[in-house]
Design a protein around this ligand. Structure first.
Ligand code: ACO
Length: 318
């Protein structure tokens, strides 16, 4: 497969660390030092599907294809206002597409899983263009009284259009069940038959230090494996486009591959962790700023609740 278009959309409201200081026992200095995040965008008046559709339209425009030319939509999403139907169905209607859609929930790793699915569909089915939309509103999952988690996240949508090609040089997905590190439960409707005890839900529960260690160790392992699979060295990668969760996680990975900081583009200072939207939205920022050159090798790597992880090496040929 090959990426032929990128798009992104973010909410209009910027929430700075100073704004958080007003209702949380925290400080700009603590947040910046521990995470690298200065501000994030948070949904206020928009709906997530508006952002998702806008990102999708921009990716299609960038690719030079119309919604009628999209053969399949893969939507990566953890939470939105609809339990059913899947967000992909809502997006399909908003952009005027008529193809089948599927939703996946692989937390922050969703984009890498979606790329893998797209590669398989393009290779085995009669499809030419697949739209991947990653749309996330983690801000609506947080307990905004929990200073250790709500400061980390922001809302966004990122999208790409992929077509047949041979730019994907290696990919690796993994899942290691470790629910307790990071999860959120939702309360289901009661029935006359439920006898088990049900817990109250109170937003995301996260063991930050466990997630930090899992994130670094699994990303390092994935990166090592995809480099080996592609027969490449770390030096041969032009850009490391990593999941934007914490600047210290990115720095730890950077030290492992021993590469210059200039190879690690980041935007988490402005947007925080936007879950599976983080990598496609960053790709779109780079694409639109002309920072991606034809022939460059990109290494993408992400991790998230599950614990899911994934990495791939992709030649940029747009
Ligand atoms: N402001 C001020 N103090 C705080 C804050 C805050 N926002 N949050 C926590 N603290 C305090 C703690 O209470 C603790 O105080 P204590 O020593 O008196 O008990 C102290 O700061 C240190 O807390 P730690 O948890 O040890 O801080 P740490 O350096 O581990 O940083 C953080 C916490 C930023 C959450 C870090 O562990 C982290 O980034 N983990 C990874 C989280 C992540 O990336 N999650 C998402 C990944 S998966 C996905 O993307 C869906």
């Amino acid at each position: 497969m090959r990426i032929i278009g990128t798009g992104s959309a973010r909410p209009s409201l910027t929430v700075t660390n100073a704004m958080l200081e007003k209702f949380l026992d925290t400080s700009d200095e603590w947040i910046v030092t521990r995470t690298g995040i200065h501000e994030r965008r948070v949904i206020s008046s928009e709906r997530l599907e508006d952002l998702a559709a806008a990102a999708a339209m921009r990716a299609m425009e960038n690719a030079g294809v119309t919604s009628g030319q999209i053969d399949f939509i893969i939507c990566s999403n953890v939470v939105n206002e609809y339990v059913t139907p899947g967000l992909g169905c809502v997006i399909q209607g908003m952009i005027g597409a008529t193809c089948p859609t599927i939703d996946i929930n692989c937390a922050c790793t969703g984009f890498i899983y979606a790329l893998d699915m797209a590669e398989a569909y393009l290779a085995t089915k009669d499809m030419n263009n697949i739209l991947i939309v990653c749309a996330e509103e983690p801000a609506r999952m947080m307990n905004w009284k929990d200073r250790s988690s709500c400061i980390l996240f922001g809302d966004a949508a990122g999208a790409v259009v992929v077509t047949k090609g041979d730019d994907l040089k290696a990919i690796r997905l993994s899942t290691h069940c470790k629910v307790e590190a990071l999860y959120q439960k939702r309360r289901l409707q009661p029935t006359p038959f439920v006898t088990k005890e049900e817990t109250d839900t109170d937003g995301v529960v996260m063991n930050g230090q466990d997630v930090f260690k899992l994130a670094v160790s699994s990303s390092i392992r994935d990166i090592d494996k995809v480099l080996t699979k592609a027969g490449m060295t770390a030096d041969e990668i032009d850009l490391y486009v990593l999941h934007q969760a914490n600047v210290r996680i990115i720095e730890s990975i950077r030290h492992f591959v021993n590469q210059d900081r200039s190879k690690f583009p980041f935007n988490l200072d402005k947007y925080g962790n936007t879950s599976s939207a983080s990598i496609p939205a960053l790709l779109d920022d780079l694409n639109r700023a002309n920072k991606l050159k034809t022939g460059e090798m990109l290494l993408l790597s992400a991790f998230g609740a599950g614990f899911t992880t994934g990495a791939c090496i992709l030649r940029w040929s747009k």
